[in-house]
Design a protein around this ligand. Structure first.
Ligand SMILES: Cc1cc2nc3c(=O)[nH]c(=O)nc-3n(C[C@H](O)[C@H](O)[C@H](O)COP(=O)(O)O)c2cc1C
Length: 397
């Protein structure tokens, strides 16, 4: 990788320059008008700090634990399907996370096997959707256990939104000759990206090896997506059933309402992530940082509360922790790092966040992330959204 990447915004610029247009656009994602996508980052900018100038701490502690795993900074890798970004894909991300002492979330739509990823980073959590029959879900859970996952992430916030105002990339079902011919002009316009694949003697992998049934080929991304779309959505009894199948730490990803957070806690989950799927799901769902305080107040003493969506800076991490998160998960920030520089690009992004956390802790006069409280953040009137309590007050539902 050429040179230090100063901010996540710079990683994004480099990713845009390096990736073929459709691959970059698949990473940017978002849905419909992009209201949630925009709000996820805007909301962080509305929060302020009131720093001290003396009496500051010379040492700042950033380590914590998430789902039983010790991590050196309160940032873990959120699961994403990263097909075609980089030949090493999720294995590079897992190595980078391991090198920086943090945990890896691996998507069931990932292009690398859980076994390889867990070998690169023993602190790996496997992510599943509610898809297929209960029998096939049991088999996938067994597979996750055998392949070494230390925890299960179950993502439930997906409503199959169609379309985005800025257009969706045409992703082929398979990279056959016809698809390659169509894609060639785009790829040739991005020689450095292409060269990475040439060097590794591989093509972008559009299959999902972690969803393969024993003895069968891995389904394609779209084949797996089709199975998911046809699966009737789960009830809370189903969530309880799923939780019972896994005897380790279990995170329910995609909560934004207080009532759902309580149901998740009742179902016996270890952790939840307050999330709107990075603005890729039901558009106009508020930024998770707005929903976090009410959710953390309701269930923070029963389950570990994480947040993901819109984290681009160490100071965003500090704001989330101050408002009740134990740690955050990042998505696009590391995908852009991966696109810009493979494993070292992801390490660089984690370093940017780590330094930003350190700087904010210094300014706020804290010696540890565990000292952060809501008093550390200036929250403007009308900022928060209290979803799922029906109190009738403004900003509540
Ligand atoms: C390209 C892309 C693919 C994603 N794929 C998955 C996935 O397979 N499983 C999942 O639980 N979340 C997935 N997500 C959501 C992320 O895990 C995370 O919730 C989101 O990216 C957080 O927002 P951020 O990108 O602003 O950090 C994906 C997000 C992006 C951008």
């Amino acid at each position: 990788m050429s040179g230090w990447i100063e901010t996540v915004a710079e990683a994004q610029r480099r990713a845009r320059k390096r990736l073929p247009k459709s691959v970059y656009s698949a990473l940017l994602a978002g849905s419909e008008k992009g209201v949630s996508y925009d709000d996820n980052t805007t909301a962080f900018t509305e929060l302020g700090f009131a720093p001290h100038v003396a009496g500051l701490s010379a040492k700042r502690e950033k380590s914590t634990t998430v789902m039983g795993q010790q991590i050196d900074l309160p940032v873990i890798i959120s699961p994403t399907g990263v097909q075609a970004v980089h030949p090493d894909g999720e294995v590079a991300v897992a190595r980078a996370a391991a090198a920086r002492g943090t945990a890896m979330g691996l998507s069931s739509f990932a292009s690398k096997s859980l076994r390889d990823v867990a070998a690169a980073n023993p602190r790996t959590f496997f992510q599943m959707y509610w898809m297929g029959s209960k029998d096939s879900m049991e088999r996938r859970i067994e597979y996750a256990r055998e392949a070494g996952a230390k925890g299960l992430i179950v993502t439930l916030d997906w409503s199959f939104s169609y379309g985005r105002d800025w257009g969706s990339p045409a992703i082929p079902e398979r990279l056959d000759l016809k698809a390659m011919a169509r894609f060639a002009p785009e790829a040739l316009a991005r020689p450095r990206w292409l060269w990475d694949f040439v060097k590794s003697r591989s093509l972008p992998d559009l299959t999902t090896p972690n969803l393969a049934e024993a003895g069968q080929d891995a389904p394609t991304f779209f084949g797996a997506y089709g199975e998911w779309m046809q699966t009737p959505p789960p009830s809370w009894d189903d969530v309880r059933w799923l939780r019972e199948q896994w005897d380790g730490p279990f995170l329910l990803k995609g909560i934004c309402r207080v009532d759902d957070a309580r149901r998740a806690a009742d179902a016996g989950v270890t952790a939840i992530s307050v999330s709107n799927h990075g603005g890729n799901n039901l558009d106009a769902t508020p930024a998770p940082i707005r929903a976090l305080p009410a959710v953390a107040a309701a269930v923070g003493d029963q389950v570990e509360v994480l947040l993901d969506g819109g984290v681009r800076r160490g100071s965003d991490v500090v704001k989330a922790l101050a408002l009740g998160a134990r740690a955050v998960m990042i998505g696009r920030a590391y995908l852009w790092g991966l696109a810009a520089g493979g494993q070292s690009g992801v390490e660089n992004v984690l370093d940017v966040l780590s330094r930003g956390i350190d700087s904010a802790l210094l300014g706020l006069g804290h010696s540890s992330v565990h000292e952060l409280t809501p008093d550390d953040v200036v929250v403007p009137p009308g900022f928060t959204r209290i979803l799922g309590v029906a109190s009738g007050a403004p900003g509540t539902v």
